[in-house]
Design a binder for this molecule. Structure first.
Ligand SMILES: *[C@@H]1O[C@H](CO)[C@@H](O)[C@H](O)[C@H]1NC(C)=O
Ligand SMILES: *[C@@H]1O[C@H](CO)[C@@H](O)[C@H](O)[C@H]1NC(C)=O
Ligand SMILES: *[C@@H]1O[C@H](CO)[C@@H](O)[C@H](O)[C@H]1NC(C)=O
Ligand SMILES: *[C@@H]1O[C@H](CO)[C@@H](O)[C@H](O)[C@H]1NC(C)=O
Length: 315
């Protein structure tokens, strides 16, 4: 209840900010404002200003996009700024060579992403998106896929994000083509086959929830991943943890394995000052085997009070 109320308040405040920003964008055209709503509507798009300031967020209905639309979008939205961008819908794409007179139109439009490659779009979200064409010819720092049907390995041959969100995906493939990803979060998805996260040596955050990993053993952490500080694998039917977990991730700060089928954890041999916090609620723990964790389970204030591991008395 509390969370729902907070969210409602947040949405109302956000809308108020966006409305205020949009109002000022009608009056003066400057960096940090949205293009005219009329121009955007003609492209099946809408725009809002993110509360942080001049970041703009675009949402476009992909079903209405083609080479011409993408080029027109580049003209009205392609000036230098940080942007986030969202495509929804089924997209039928025909590659065409544009022959307009402006600089943007002279570029060859090879994909719906061409316009975005010309701008400073950092963050691309694809939602209920079906597409079978050329991948983007540029990179995006942050990618989110939610119920998307594309050829992922081909997509990742050019788009190499450092931040990746995967939601509601069946048979998700192509992770092995993403060695540079730093922040990977997967929710309610199934991976097509056993995935080797071990290639992702730059990982800082690995968070997977309610997903089918095609394995019940947590042995896929990259070796010597010095940057990895948070591993959260929740509700994924994990049964066992490989003994090299602690040596593989020497700088781990949080290990959250809630709601799996884990009885015990390998003992952490390190005598570090900054011991990782462990969160093991919702597992059939064998408390005798976990005696070594006594005094090490740190309660994180953001975790709910009733999720304290069952092995220890509440105080
Ligand atoms: C390119 O030019 C031809 C001939 O002028 C025209 O028929 C066509 O619509 C133009 N294509 C685009 C994408 O503007
Ligand atoms: C993706 O990775 C696999 C395995 O490493 C490789 O065989 C394939 O060629 C890669 N695909 C692309 C599009 O780079
Ligand atoms: C999980 O993803 C599937 C599609 O893969 C979707 O049908 C289902 O509604 C999702 N479940 C939740 C709880 O979001
Ligand atoms: C996922 O892969 C399985 C096995 O290869 C296949 O049976 C299933 O149809 C696939 N599902 C989708 C949505 O592609």
């Amino acid at each position: 209840m509390e969370a729902a109320r907070v969210r409602i308040v947040w949405v109302v405040i956000l809308s108020a900010i966006v409305l205020k920003q949009m109002k000022s964008s009608f009056m003066k055209k400057e960096v940090g404002t949205c293009p005219r709503p009329k121009d955007l509507r003609a492209l099946g798009c809408s725009c809002s200003i993110l509360p942080k300031g001049s970041e703009r967020s675009f949402v476009c209905n992909a079903a209405r996009w083609n080479a011409d639309t993408a080029a027109r979008f580049a003209i009205i939205a392609g000036y230098a700024e940080k942007n986030s961008f969202q495509f929804r819908g089924k997209l039928k794409w025909e590659t065409a060579k544009s022959n307009g007179s402006s600089e943007e139109l002279e570029r060859v439009i090879t994909s719906p992403f061409t316009a975005l490659c010309g701008s400073n779009v950092q963050s691309l979200k694809l939602l209920h998106f079906t597409y079978a064409g050329e991948p983007p010819h540029c990179n995006f720092a942050s990618l989110e896929f939610d119920d998307v049907s594309i050829d992922f390995p081909t997509f990742f041959s050019t788009a190499k994000p450092s931040q990746l969100r995967v939601l509601n995906q069946k048979n998700f493939t192509g992770l092995e083509n993403l060695s540079g990803v730093k922040d990977l979060r997967i929710h309610n998805s199934s991976l097509d086959a056993y995935t080797n996260f071990r290639l992702m040596t730059d990982l800082r955050i690995l968070a997977i929830e309610a997903s089918d990993l095609q394995t019940q053993r947590l042995d896929f952490i990259p070796k010597r991943s010095n940057s990895l500080h948070l591993v959260q694998i929740r509700d994924c039917k994990i049964r066992s943890i490989s003994a090299d977990l602690w040596s593989a991730a020497p700088h781990l700060q949080h290990l959250d394995l809630a709601n799996n089928e884990i009885e015990s954890l390998p003992e952490d041999p390190n005598q570090r000052d900054t011991r990782p916090s462990l969160f093991l609620a919702g597992n059939p723990l064998n408390c005798e085997k976990l005696d070594w964790t006594r005094g090490r389970v740190i309660r994180n204030p953001t975790w709910q009070a009733d999720s304290i591991p069952q092995c220890y008395p509440r105080n």
